[in-house]
Write a protein that binds this ligand. Structure first.
Ligand code: TRP
Ligand code: ZN
Length: 871
C-alpha cells in the first residue's frame, strides 16, 4: 500500500543480474482467523551470471511483513546481523550458498489492495504479479529468480476444505483442533510472481483433456457454491484453447492438473499462475441467462490468454519487468489469433483495432506515453497498459505479416527450443525470429524503442495511363523524453478499386501478372511504390487489416470513401472506410453537419443494410457511429462541445431518417445468432434515439420477455438511456430479478450511468451508496465510476467540472484502499491537454489537489505527477 518512502524511478539501462538465486523455496502457510503465519526456507546460491568482485549483502524484498524470526543456516540471526527497512531486509554476512529461514506474520483479512495474500468472500487467494509476492514473505521478488517451490498449507478443515497451490498435490492429512493440511510440489522452476494459493469451500466442475502425446490432464474449475451452472462455457473454452495451441504451435500442456479458481475481488481480468490460474469471476461465469454475447467472447478470450501463458510467460518468462511485452504482447497476439479462428476473423479484428484507436492512441499521445518496452517506471503496476499489451500484440502481428504463417511458426519453434526454462528479453525473441528466417531486423527494433503513434501520409499520383505511384511518408510525434524519432518498418497491405467501385488487379512492375492485393514494406521516411493497372483512376484501399499500428492520412473524397464502404473486398477496410467517412465529418471545423454530409452517410448505410452478402455482425459494426473515445483518442486537439453536438446530430439523423428500415430490421431479424441479436439491438438503439416515447413499449416488452441476457440488457440500456429513463420502473424490475447475481448487478449499475442527462451525476453518486455497491470491489468501481468516466463522455466533461471533481474524490478515497485501481482511474485525466483552456484548468486543479495528498501511493503519484509535468 502507501508508504512514506520517496518514489524511486527504476531504469531499464540500470539492469544488473541478481547476485543471488533461490534454488528451492519451501513455504508453510498457517491460516488463522485473524492472521497468517508464513514460514519460508530458501536455498540461496550465487548467480553464475554475476560478475561483481565481491559478495554484497543480500537485499530481500518485503512489504508490510511482521518479522517473527529469522535463521541463517540454522542459526538465529542477531539484530546486528540484519537490517529491516520499509521495503527490504538486508543481511550482511552471507556466503556463496546458504539457507535462510524466516517466519512472518501477515494480515490477509485487512488487505484491500488485492495484492499479495488476501480474502475474497470467505476464501483466501493470492495475486503476486508484478511485485505482490513481497507482501507474503521476504524474497528476491524479481522474475529472473526462478525457483522450485514446495508449499504446505494448514487451515481449518470445515471452513477451508480446499487448500490449493501450484503443481501437484503430494501429501495431505489431519491436524489437531479441526485443522488439516495439503502439501504441493511444482516440478517446474518459476518466478515468484507465478506463485498462487487458494483456500476455501468451493464447487468444482471437473473434466479431462488428453494431450497430443496421449497424456490425460485433469481440469478443475472452482467457483463459489451455487454457480456450477455458469461454468460449462469456460471449461469448453479451456479445452478448445488446449487443442488450438497444440494444432497451431505444437505446444502441449505439461502438468497433470490444470486448475482455475474464480474470485469476485480481482484487480485485473485473470492471472496465469502455474497450474492454478486465478480469475475475475467476470471471465469465468457465463450462461445464456446471465451473460451477454460479448461476455461469452470475453470468457473465451481470457481463458485462452491465461492458458497460452503457460508457454509464453511461464515456461519462458521475462528477465525483468521492462520486458513485460515479451509475454503479454505475444500472448495477446496468440489469444487474438485464437478468437479469430473461433469467431469471425473480421469482426474480431475490428474489435482489436477499436481498442488501439480509442485507448492506445490516447495513451501514446499523453503524458504516460511509453514504448512497448518501457525505459523506466516508478510503479510497475502502472505499466500493464494497452501499449505493452495491445500495441505489443500489433508488433508481433507485424512480424507474422512480414514472415507469413510458416516463417512465424519457425521463429516460434526456435524461440521455444532456445529459451525453454529461461527468463529472457524482447531482444531474445526478435533474435529467434530473425535467425529462424535469415532476416536482419535492425530497423524493426524501433517498435520496441520508440513511443508515439506513427503517422503514415499517402498520396496516389497518376504518371501515365495505366501507371500510378503511391507516395508514402512516415513521421512520429515527440513523446515525453523522446524528441527525435527514427523511421519504423511498416508493412502496408494494399489493394485497389477502379472508378466504378470495383476491385481491380494490379502489378508492381509493368510486366508482372496482376494481383488483388500486395504487401508493401516501408523502411524509410519517404518511399514510393509504382503500381501498374489498366484503369483511368484508382481508389486505394490502404493498410488493409490495419497492417501497421499507425494513423493513416490520405485525402479521400467522400465519394471515394463511400465506394470503399460499399465494395472493398477486405471486410476490415470496408468497415474502416465508413468510420473514416464519419470521422472526417465529425472532426471537421464546422459546428454542424450539412444536409449533404448527412445524406452521404444515410445512403451509405442503406447500401450496407441491404447488402445480402454481408453478415449481420459486420453490418451492425458498419452502421455504428465512431465512439467518442475513439474520436478523442485519435486527435490531438478536440473541441468537445462541438464534437458532442455533431455526434448527437448524426445519431439522431440516422435514427430518424432510417426509422422504417430499423423498424423492419427489428421485426424481421430472428434472434438466433449473436450477429442477429446484435443487429436487432442496434436497430432498437437507433429507434429509441429517434423516438423513445413511441418505441418505449417495444423495449419494455423485450426486457420483460427476453430469454437471454444480451436482449434483456440491451433493452434495459435503451430504457435507462431514454430521457429520465434511469428513473424508470424497469430499472427496479431488473434489480428485483437479478439482485443476487453480482455480475448482472455490475451491468445494472453501468446501464444507469451513461445517460446524457445533466442530472446524471447525482444519480451516479447515489449509486455509490447502494447496498450492492462496494468501493472495495474493483468490478463495482469499474461498473459505476469507470463506466461513467469512460462511457458517459459528455457528462464526465460537463463544463462545470463536476465530473472531474467527482473522479478526483474517488481517486483520493481509493488511494488508501486500492492504489492500483486508483491509479488506473487517474489515467482517465491523461487526455486533458487536448481540451479547451477552461476544461484544462478544471482538470489541472483536480490533479494538483490529488498530488498534494499526504500518503499518496506510488501508483497514483506516478500518474498525476507525469500528467502535470508534461507541457
Ligand atoms: N498477467 C496477467 C495477464 O495478463 C495480468 C494481471 C493479472 C496483473 N493480475 C494482475 C498484472 C495484477 C498486474 C497486477 O493475464
Ligand atoms: Zn497476460
Amino acid at each position: 500500500m502507501y508508504s512514506t518512502e520517496k518514489p524511486v524511478v527504476k531504469y531499464r539501462k540500470d539492469y544488473q543480474p541478481s547476485q543471488y538465486l533461490i534454488k528451492n523455496t519451501n513455504l508453510l502457510f498457517q491460516l488463522f482467523d485473524d492472521y497468517t503465519l508464513v514460514t519460508s526456507e530458501l536455498k540461496i546460491t550465487r548467480n553464475p551470471l554475476d560478475n561483481r568482485e565481491t559478495l554484497l549483502p543480500i537485499e530481500l524484498d518485503g512489504v508490510e511483513l511482521e518479522l517473527v524470526s529469522i535463521h541463517l543456516d540454522g542459526q538465529v540471526l542477531d539484530d546486528s546481523d540484519y537490517e529491516k527497512r520499509a521495503h527490504t531486509l538486508i543481511i550482511n554476512k552471507v556466503s556463496e550458498t546458504f539457507n535462510l529461514t524466516t517466519v512472518v506474520k501477515i494480515l490477509p483479512h485487512k488487505n484491500t489492495s488485492l495484492e499479495g495474500l488476501y480474502t475474497s468472500s470467505g476464501k483466501y487467494c493470492t495475486q503476486c504479479e508484478a511485485e505482490g509476492f513481497r507482501k507474503i514473505t521476504f524474497y528476491l521478488d524479481r522474475p529472473e529468480v526462478m525457483s522450485e517451490f514446495t508449499v504446505r498449507i494448514e487451515g481449518d478443515k470445515a471452513k477451508y476444505p480446499l487448500l490449493l497451490s501450484n503443481g501437484n498435490p503430494v501429501d495431505r492429512g489431519e491436524l489437531t483442533d479441526g485443522r488439516h493440511f495439503v502439501a504441493w510440489h511444482d516440478p517446474f522452476v518459476k518466478p515468484s510472481y507465478l506463485f498462487a494459493l487458494v483456500a476455501g469451500d468451493l464447487d468444482c466442475l471437473e473434466d479431462t483433456f488428453t494431450t497430443m502425446s496421449g497424456r490425460e490432464v485433469k481440469l478443475e474449475l472452482y467457483v463459489d457454491k451455487g454457480k456450477l451452472d455458469q461454468c460449462r462455457f469456460a471449461m469448453d473454452s479451456l479445452i478448445a484453447s488446449m487443442k488450438w495451441d497444440e494444432q497451431e504451435f505444437g505446444r502441449e500442456y505439461d502438468l497433470d492438473l490444470y486448475m482455475i479458481v474464480a474470485v469476485s475481488d480481482f484487480n485485473m481480468g485473470a492471472m496465469e499462475n502455474k497450474g492454478l490460474n486465478i480469475f475475475n469471476t467476470k471471465y469465468v461465469l457465463a450462461n445464456k441467462k446471465t451473460a451477454t454475447d460479448a461476455d461469452f467472447e470475453g470468457v473465451e478470450r481470457v481463458i485462452a490468454h491465461e492458458y497460452f501463458h503457460n508457454w509464453t510467460g511461464n515456461r519462458i518468462t521475462c528477465r525483468d519487468w521492462f520486458q513485460l511485452s515479451l509475454k503479454e504482447g505475444l500472448t495477446v497476439f496468440r489469444d487474438q489469433k485464437f478468437s479469430e479462428d473461433m469467431q469471425s476473423a473480421a469482426v474480431e479484428r475490428i474489435d482489436q483495432v477499436k481498442i488501439i484507436r480509442a485507448a492506445q492512441f490516447a495513451e501514446d499521445s499523453g503524458p504516460m506515453a511509453h514504448p512497448i518496452r518501457p525505459d523506466s517506471y516508478i510503479e510497475m503496476n502502472n505499466f500493464y497498459t494497452v501499449t505493452v499489451y495491445n500495441k505489443g500484440a500489433e508488433v508481433i502481428r507485424m512480424m507474422h505479416t512480414l514472415l507469413g504463417k510458416t516463417g512465424f511458426r519457425k521463429g516460434m519453434d526456435l524461440y521455444f527450443d532456445r529459451h525453454d526454462g529461461q527468463a529472457v528479453t524482447c531482444e531474445d525473441f526478435i533474435k529467434a525470429m530473425e535467425d529462424a528466417n535469415g532476416k536482419d531486423w535492425s530497423l524493426f527494433r524501433n517498435w520496441y524503442r520508440q513511443a508515439g503513434t506513427p503517422v503514415l501520409k499517402v498520396d496516389l499520383e497518376k504518371l501515365a495511363d495505366g501507371h500510378f505511384r503511391l507516395n508514402c511518408e512516415q513521421s512520429c510525434p515527440a513523446t515525453p523524453g523522446q524528441e527525435h524519432k527514427n523511421p519504423f518498418m511498416l508493412p502496408i497491405k494494399v489493394g485497389f478499386l477502379n472508378n466504378t467501385g470495383h476491385p481491380v488487379k494490379f502489378a508492381e512492375t509493368n510486366d508482372a501478372a496482376g494481383v488483388d492485393e500486395t504487401l508493401l514494406v516501408m523502411t524509410e521516411t519517404k518511399q514510393s511504390f509504382d503500381i501498374y493497372c489498366e484503369s483511368d483512376s484508382l481508389v486505394p484501399s490502404l493498410l488493409r487489416d490495419f497492417s501497421s499500428p499507425v494513423k493513416l492520412e490520405y485525402s479521400y473524397t467522400q465519394e471515394e470513401l463511400a465506394s470503399l464502404f460499399a465494395a472493398d473486398p477486405n471486410p476490415f477496410n470496408r468497415w474502416d472506410a465508413g468510420q473514416t467517412l464519419m470521422t472526417q465529418m465529425l472532426m471537421s471545423e464546422t459546428s454542424k453537419l450539412t444536409e449533404d454530409e448527412l445524406s452521404v452517410v444515410d445512403n451509405a448505410f442503406i447500401k450496407i443494410l441491404n447488402d445480402e452478402e454481408l453478415d449481420n455482425a459486420l453490418k451492425s459494426l458498419a452502421v455504428m457511429v465512431p465512439e467518442l473515445n475513439s474520436l478523442i483518442g485519435m486527435s490531438d486537439n478536440v473541441k468537445l462541445d462541438q464534437l458532442f453536438a455533431k455526434h448527437k446530430q448524426l445519431k439522431v439523423h440516422l435514427g430518424e431518417k432510417l426509422e422504417h428500415t430499423w423498424f423492419s430490421i427489428y421485426n424481421t431479424t430472428s434472434g438466433d445468432t449473436s450477429g442477429d441479436r446484435w443487429l436487432r439491438n442496434t436497430a432498437l438503439r437507433y429507434m429509441m434515439i429517434a423516438n423513445d416515447e413511441q418505441h418505449f413499449e417495444l423495449a419494455a416488452t423485450q426486457q420483460t420477455h427476453a430469454d437471454n441476457m444480451t436482449d434483456e440488457l440491451a433493452a434495459l440500456q435503451v430504457i435507462a438511456n431514454a430521457s429520465e429513463g434511469y428513473r424508470s420502473e424497469y430499472i427496479e424490475q431488473f434489480y428485483q430479478k437479478w439482485k443476487e447475481e453480482e455480475l448482472v448487478m455490475d451491468k445494472w449499475f453501468t446501464a444507469q450511468v451513461v445517460n446524457d442527462d445533466e442530472a446524471i451525476l447525482e444519480h451516479v453518486k447515489a449509486l455509490l451508496n447502494h447496498e450492492k455497491f462496494s468501493i472495495e470491489n474493483p468490478n463495482k468501481v469499474r461498473a459505476v465510476v469507470g463506466a461513467f468516466v469512460a462511457g458517459n463522455t459528455s457528462q464526465f466533461h460537463n463544463p462545470t467540472g463536476q465530473g472531474y471533481e467527482f473522479l478526483a474524490d474517488i481517486i483520493i478515497q481509493l488511494n488508501k484502499i486500492n492504489p492500483q485501481i486508483a491509479a488506473g482511474l487517474a489515467k482517465q485525466f491523461n487526455q486533458w491537454r487536448k481540451f479547451d483552456s477552461k476544461r484544462q484548468a478544471l482538470i489541472q486543479e483536480q490533479l494538483v489537489r490529488i498530488k498534494s495528498l499526504d500518503n499518496l501511493s506510488n501508483d497514483v503519484f506516478e500518474v498525476v505527477d507525469k500528467s502535470l509535468q508534461m507541457s
